[in-house]
Write a protein that binds this ligand. Structure first.
Ligand SMILES: [Zn+2]
Length: 467
């Protein structure tokens, strides 16, 4: 794909699309959705079989007709991949037409393959260029790409930076010493990594004797993705304070694109590339749509993806949407993600997300910012405990800190933790390079969210049968 020459001072990369009036946008979405559904029906063995069985006609009249279609999820991908062909029954093109594949991280269950045709890959790169431009990236920027390249869908996003004309520096996921060396020598203006790694790298830089604000003075923007931290203001601020750079949250999923939503300068939600992806919010228990601005599970439908259309893909992420026009002038819907459905836990009837706890930990200047959450059952009741670290050189007593954090957690989440355990700096050891595991789930009685969903599915099926 050729580089698109957009003037530096143009605010939007693709103004016609990004600022399209909602009515026109919905017309475009409907036109594309009609095509996508027929394409999926005619070319995917899975969609044809399941829609036929449910008596669903792939020809629709309105956007709302989408609710008739059944959901798919990660399990659908697992069950259908390799069936009948290499990419399996969801794939709509012969393998010869697939030019790129990524896989899911495989942190839960079998990794799933995500195929892209050349058309899909071009659309993917267009999306990346738009999202990068939205963060202020221009052709005179040096962009250091700190994302993993090993089968990871975030890897090729660097090409989107190059397509808008920026200098792509393909560093990838390397040990922090090497990354700091590259940053010192190449003085990038933009950098992308996970939030925990951006934070950890800052700590490492200070440990190694760098002064991040001076030694990496050109760094203006840090893009973060892959964990909920990017949408937590106190986490963004903690990273901004270390680097003296502005932090933008991006969101993507290997099942669709590396990044398909990103922040603009107002940082109020993430603009999703709505001309390519439809977003619905449904009640995780009943699967019914909930009104905008109400929390639920985020469901995505691709509008232009040809190799593997994803029709009503339940992401497992909990969040909400705002379809109002943003102050930046873009009309693309903004999504807000609270966390993963499977990491949500219920204590005394209150839904708690690890991101709620992170918010509290990161705003406390007496703490290092690192934390670990353990959720467990005791006498048939779900409880949570939080481990934190005192900031380096702190003389505050462990008890004082524990009490303060407990109270703040109670205020912010609505439920008091069973215990707060305080460690010294660096004693928690949770920040593995590039991938942080801070959530330990030891619940045995119920897997809250799953159990509710499974139960409701059965109830809904039983109700349907009874009708
Ligand atoms: Zn905006």
């Amino acid at each position: 794909m050729a580089k698109k020459n957009v003037p530096y001072d143009q605010k939007y990369y693709d103004p016609e699309v990004e600022c399209m009036p909602r009515e026109e946008l919905e017309k475009l979405q409907l036109e594309r959705l009609k095509d996508e559904l027929v394409w999926a029906y005619e070319n995917s063995a899975y969609y044809k079989r399941t829609w036929d069985a449910a008596g669903i006609d792939p020809h629709i009249e309105t956007l709302d007709d989408l609710v008739k279609f059944p959901f798919i999820n990660k399990q659908t991908e697992r069950d259908t991949q390799g069936v009948g062909s290499f990419f399996g029954e969801l794939c709509c093109v012969p393998e010869d037409d697939v030019v790129f594949m990524a896989t899911s991280s495989g942190s839960t269950g079998v990794p799933t393959m995500s195929p892209f045709s050349q058309h899909d890959f071009d659309e993917f790169m267009k999306a990346e260029s738009r999202l990068f431009w939205q963060t202020g990236m221009r052709p005179n920027d040096r962009y250091l790409h700190g994302m993993n390249f090993a089968l990871y869908v975030g890897g090729p996003c660097v090409i989107g930076a190059q397509e808008l004309g920026a200098l792509g520096i393909w560093v990838g996921a390397v040990p922090s010493d090497r990354l700091l060396w590259a940053m010192k020598h190449y003085q990038p203006t933009q950098f992308w990594s996970s939030p925990s790694y951006a934070w950890l790298l800052g700590q490492k830089a200070i440990e190694k004797g760098y002064d991040p604000k001076k030694d990496f003075a050109n760094l203006r923007t840090i893009i973060i993705s892959g964990e909920p931290g990017g949408s937590i203001p106190t986490t963004r601020k903690a990273i901004e304070d270390i680097w003296g750079a502005s932090v933008y949250d991006f969101f993507g999923l290997s099942d669709i694109y590396g990044a398909c939503a990103g922040m603009c300068e107002y940082k109020d939600g993430l603009h999703i590339i709505e001309d390519q992806i439809l977003v619905e919010i449904v009640d995780p228990a009943t699967g019914l749509r909930v009104p905008d601005c109400e929390k639920g599970e985020i469901v995505y439908t691709t509008l232009t993806k040809r190799s593997r259309p994803m029709i009503r893909f339940r992401s497992g992420d909990i969040g909400w949407v705002n379809r109002e026009k943003c102050q930046c002038g873009r009309t693309m819907t903004r999504i807000y993600i609270s966390g993963r459905k499977d990491e949500m836990f219920i204590v005394s009837a209150v839904n708690v997300f690890p991101s709620d706890i992170e918010y509290v930990v990161r705003q406390d200047s007496g703490l290092s910012g690192e934390y670990r959450i353990r959720v467990y059952d005791e006498k048939f009741t779900t409880k949570y405990e939080v481990s934190v670290e005192r900031v380096f050189g702190s003389e505050e007593s462990y008890d004082e800190i524990a009490k303060r954090v407990e109270n703040n957690l109670k205020t912010h989440t609505g439920v008091r933790p069973a215990k707060v355990i305080v460690f010294d700096t660096d004693k928690l050891n949770v920040s593995a390079e590039h991938k942080a595991s801070r959530f330990i789930d030891e619940r045995t009685s119920v897997k809250d969210a799953h159990a509710v969903v499974e139960h409701s599915k059965e109830a809904a099926a039983a109700k349907k049968e009874g009708e």
